[in-house]
Design a protein around this ligand. Structure first.
Ligand code: COA
Ligand code: AMP
Length: 647
């Protein structure tokens, strides 16, 4: 591989992965202090890890830095201000716009000034609800510049989900746009923001709105007594550029809410210092991307992949990032990824398996992608859900490059397991996201918390401490963090996934152990959908399961028991429930099916046997628990749950 890397960190391609991995676990202190040399600090760290609280370790406790300085200013100061930092490519509008490092720094500095004029300062939260437009990256980096904490919310979530995040994070400002563009419709954001602020009793919060052509009435329609709605361009025109402020490495950079097993989302907190070090390291060692290279991550800034590898990772590395507004198919066709690779000379494409399956379904021969010059591409990275071997082999043939599956989570912020391409790589194994990244000690545990032998499936756990860049806590609740992730087996972080390690240490991820499901690479909670369905007046109880889906990986399906005496046509009920979920959670839940059943299988203590239903639906072996109340209920459900071919 060409290198394109700076000297200085000691992490050069070709170094032996296993040696680095062993070093990172034997002496994490030295390993991460070495890696920290690739970051510019206002006060450099003398210590890597403060482990005085074993459950809540703090990385680089005596250091300070500014993340936006590291992502922007230092590249300009190094003489690369004219290099493209961000290329906005909108398949929805048919336009592209390139911002150089100098231009992006200037836009960020002025927008940071606009936020400061609204009274936003260090430690304040800013909710960012923006589609895939450059302003999303500008808003995030502007928060980082003034030490504010951004909380980005994906545009496919509805007002109630926005409100839940506003209630939890208590933002000092909201940054949004008129709306997003989906292939079949325009999604108006402002009514949702207005409703969410009202639901969260926060109507006085300042709202900055980026105007986009073709949308509703603009910001003026929302200006009512007691509200503060501002136009982005006007706010910027009245503001002055501000310099980056130093923050403690341990200060939060962002909160990113993700689905847990309950209806209330978990606010994953990421710090500044550990994040900058880990992402910078991952860009070199895992992705093999350095200054001047182009990274095309087809995801959304609302997800962790977007945070890490559309915005922060490529910019920290001095690379060019492509911010793509569009879909993998239909905007206009299945050749879009090929067009993007050719037009922007992408070295790396990173996307989710569902996007690859969508391309394959639309163009089984891959001809539309291959019609483009793909010669710049070196690697395809895939994450967000399990990459099936058929799709992996197919896309590898179409693109003619290695396909690197990588496994991680919102919580970890960067790959737990991946093939370290920047270190020269390791042999690929079909169906595996390869080996643990340096810093991660992956262990498979049995239900009693004991490690299992190679080849045996169990709960995938990470030995503490987690490396830099991983979550430091859940917003506002260290207790919830400890309880949700650290209390199952002392000394380990529980990932929520199950899988096994083979005799060579390669991980195979089999699926979730909890009620989190993954629809088209989007993480959702069945519990949250159940909460919405349970509010329907005729519903006595319900269970929502993730059923296998050939393109989206999973789809949510509801099983509903009616209240005694309730009379409703099942089709009308289904339509009402679908509308309720869409309204409460958003179109992203993609909830389309609700079936009325006589009863749900339960234990004698009244607990619904969701796990057994899930196993039945997934077509995997299942044992009927001895505590089951009435086995006939499960038997009656079986035909409804059996995997449906072709979905
Ligand atoms: N804002 C508002 N609505 C959105 C949205 C957004 N940002 N993203 C999706 N939606 C809506 C869609 O319009 C659709 O609405 P509809 O029910 O009115 O049709 C609904 O949410 C479901 O969307 P989606 O799951 O994306 O299905 P799709 O059939 O429109 O597209 C794919 C299928 C595979 C092309 C698409 O899911 C995709 O590109 N997936 C990749 C996801 C990804 O990159 N994930 C990141 C994880 S790394
Ligand atoms: P998210 O936090 O939205 O990134 O979702 C994380 C979850 O997605 C993980 O816990 C897994 O269940 C799943 N996931 C992500 N990447 C992979 C992968 N490469 N293989 C299998 N599952 C994955």
């Amino acid at each position: 591989m060409a290198t394109g890397h700076d000297a200085g960190s000691g992490m050069l391609p070709g170094q032996d992965y296993r040696r680095l991995q062993a070093q990172s676990l034997a002496d994490p202190e030295q390993f991460w202090l070495d890696a920290a040399a690739a970051v510019d600090w206002t006060t450099p760290p003398t210590v890597a890890l403060d482990g005085s609280d074993a459950l809540l370790p703090r990385w680089f406790p005596d250091a300070s830095l500014n993340t936006s300085y590291n992502a922007l200013d230092r590249h300009v100061e190094a003489g690369r201000g004219g290099q493209a930092a961000l290329v906005y490519d909108s398949a929805m509008l048919g336009t592209t716009r390139t911002l150089t490092y100098a231009e992006l720094r200037d836009e960020v500095a002025v927008f940071a000034g606009a936020l400061a004029r609204l009274g936003v300062g260090k430690g304040d939260r800013v909710l960012v609800y923006l589609p895939m437009i450059p302003e999303a990256a500008v808003a995030m980096l502007a928060c980082a510049r003034i030490g504010a904490i951004h909380s980005v919310v994906f545009g496919g979530f509805a007002a109630a989900e926005l409100a839940a995040r506003i209630r939890d994070a208590r933002p000092s400002a909201v940054v949004t746009a008129d709306g997003g563009i989906e292939p079949t419709r325009r999604v108006e954001y402002l009514p949702a923001v207005q409703e969410a602020l009202a639901l969260a009793d926060s109507t006085g919060t300042p709202v900055v709105v980026k105007a986009r052509d073709g949308f509703g009435h603009g910001v003026a329609a929302y200006r009512e007594p007691g509200t503060r709605w501002l136009d982005w361009d006007e706010a910027v025109a009245a503001a002055e550029a501000v310099p980056p402020v130093p923050v403690a490495a341990t200060d939060p950079l962002y909160i990113l809410y993700t689905s847990g097993t309950t209806g209330s989302p978990k606010g994953v907190v990421r710090d500044n210092g550990g994040h900058a070090v880990a992402l910078t390291w991952s860009m070199r060692a895992i992705f093999g991307v350095g200054p001047g290279d182009t990274m095309l991550t087809a995801s959304d800034v609302g997800w962790v992949v977007g945070h890490s590898y559309i915005v922060y990772g490529p910019l920290l590395a001095g690379a060019t990032t492509v911010l793509y507004e569009g879909k993998p198919v239909g905007t206009p066709d299945a050749g879009t990824f090929g067009r993007l690779i050719e037009q922007h000379h992408a070295r790396v494409l990173f996307t989710a398996p569902t996007a690859l399956r969508a391309v394959r379904r639309a163009d089984p021969a891959g001809a539309a992608v291959q019609a483009h010059d793909l010669s710049s591409l070196e690697t395809l990275f895939s994450a967000g859900e399990r990459l099936d071997t058929g799709t992996s082999a197919w896309i590898g043939d179409v693109l003619g490059v290695p396909v690197v599956d990588n496994w991680w989570q919102t919580e970890t912020g960067w790959p737990i397991c991946a093939n370290p391409r920047g270190l020269g790589g390791v042999p690929l194994k079909a169906g595996s996201p390869s080996l643990p990244s340096p810093g991660y000690d992956v262990v498979i545990l049995d239900p009693g918390g004991a490690p299992v032998p190679a080849g045996t499936e169990g709960s995938i756990a990470l030995r503490l401490p987690l490396p830099p860049g991983t979550l430091t806590t859940l917003w506002g609740s260290d207790d919830r963090y400890r309880e949700a992730y650290l209390s199952d087996v002392p000394g380990f972080y529980t990932s929520g996934d199950s899988g096994y390690l083979d005799e060579d240490g390669y991980l195979f991820v089999m699926g979730r152990t909890d009620d989190v499901i993954n629809i088209a690479g989007h993480r959702l909670s069945t519990g949250a959908i159940e909460q919405v369905i349970a509010q329907h007046p005729v519903v006595a109880e319900c269970a929502v399961l993730g059923l296998p889906d050939p393109v989206k990986g999973q789809r949510a399906s509801g099983y509903v028991v009616l209240k005694a005496g309730a009379a409703i046509d099942p089709a009308s009920l289904e339509a009402e429930l679908v509308a309720m979920v869409r309204r409460s959670i958003g179109p992203v839940a993609d909830f389309r099916s609700a079936v009325v059943v006589e009863a749900l299988p339960k234990t004698r203590s009244g607990k619904i046997l969701r796990k057994t239903m899930r196993q039945m639906a997934a077509g995997t072996a299942y044992a009927v628990p001895s505590t089951i109340e009435d086995p006939a209920v499960l038997a009656a459900l079986e035909p409804l749950l059996r995997p449906v071919a072709g979905g």
